[in-house]
Design a protein around this ligand. Sequence first.
Ligand code: HEM
Length: 510
Amino acid sequence: MLSWLSSWLPGSLSKLWLWAVSLGLTLSLLQLIRLLSRRQKLLQGLKSFPGPPTHWLFGHVKEMKKEGELDKVLSWTNIYPCAHQLWMGNFIGFLNIYDPDYTKAVYSRGDPKAWDIYGFFLPWMGKGLLVLDGPKWFQHRKLLTPAFHSEVLKPYVDVFVESTKAMLNKWDKKIQEDKCVNIFPDVGHMALDSLMKCIFGRSSGSQPESDTKYYLAIGELTLLMQEPMAAFQYHNDIFYYWFTLHGRKFLQACKVAHDHTDKVIRARKAALKEEEEQEKIQEKKRLDFLDILLGAGDENKTKLSDADLRSEVDTFMFEGHDTTTSAISWFLYCIALNPEHQKRCREEIQNILGNRDTIQWEDLGKMTYLTMCIKVSFRLYPPVPQVYRQLNKPVTFPDGRSLPEGSLVSLHIYALHRNPAIWDKPEMFDPQRFSPENSSTRHPYAFIPFSAGPRNCIGQQFAMMETKVVTALCLLHFEFSPEPSRPPIKRLKLVLGSENGIHLNLKKLI
Ligand code: HEM
């Protein structure tokens, strides 16, 4: 075939063609050898851990897709106690763990993220906190921690109230036509709107065209970024970014997002310089994340570079809106299925607020029953169902089995939170499990929606605060009941979503 084709081309072109083809074949062969030797190494490391049979090309992906990824893995927890092999295709093999002691053995250390998964974050987020490791991660974590101090978070309550009220008004109008509302996209808009106000100090609502473009690009990136992980044909960068429409759209959206963030950072820096803002910044009523990041410096007065600033803003944009969207939407679904708990939460909120229709920081600590219910929904529907590491040193588990350095580990938070070996009646919506007395007897690694150890979620207080404010206002304004004809179908992406949205029936209360 090759000689036939080259006979049709003029002499020098035909030689070039043969060279190109030979080079392509050699590179492909080298890549195959590399992948096969990696597979051998991973298999060797995982040899003490049996797992379900694998497909020769898809590993476990096809079987999980067929039967619902999350619940398929849950069914395997009955066969393989603590952990099992999990293959995404034939070359990426994880030890999938869902036991608290196993979790503690790995996640109490600071092993780096698994690049096979987190590499997909780079084109958008660059090297932000989520993907960094080593001394640079430590430096950034220290610089960014003050951004989540309660004094900084307090004024954001007003932001959440404002964005939630806009969403409630939207629902007021929608139920005049149909009492059944797909809440997921509206919660998503509300969460993104709030986050833009918290990061940049303004929303997309009444803003210039570039803000609206940015807002749309973030929505698109969030969807696009989650796709290639499951599709192994996208696991080659050149193929993905050059030859797929999906990859090209992803790069275009990244450009819009980067241009916007760079522009805002430049403008804010210029303003700071002009007004000698370092002093004036303290006078502002509400500092946004960008103010804090621009002001952040360590004891040597080392500041974040512009590239670091952009990566951290982009990381917060992703980590901060899709996760809370999932958290709030699945909470409302849970509470719709459990009217007695819904009623009790509403009564608690009414007692705290009296005849106020807004929420203040001081109210949040009093919402104890609501907090317990939020925790149950985080257990049953963890917004981040799976997180991944690559071991930088060997680990030995309490039962004596071990994994060598370089092994890939997937912590399956969904299976951990529903593991029948840990939770009695795991499907039950039982807020009492999260009462202060019962919480103290639980294994510290049994309930970890925000992960655990040094790489836990830096935004958890922000997330809990937003979830409480939004859900409290929702419960005050509407009664929620499930729509039996459209139950949500869980969808495992980076964040827990639903194939068909979350449709609930809404009844207006005030
Ligand atoms: C309910 C909402 C949230 C949940 C369930 C959640 C969960 C998680 C989890 C499980 C991790 C560990 C990820 C991993 O190891 O790969 C994580 C990390 C992280 N989260 Fe969240 N998150 C939430 C909201 C937020 C918010 C609102 C922000 C910021 C505004 C945020 C920022 C981050 C960052 C920057 C990291 C990386 C931390 C590090 O590695 O040092 N998250 N989150």
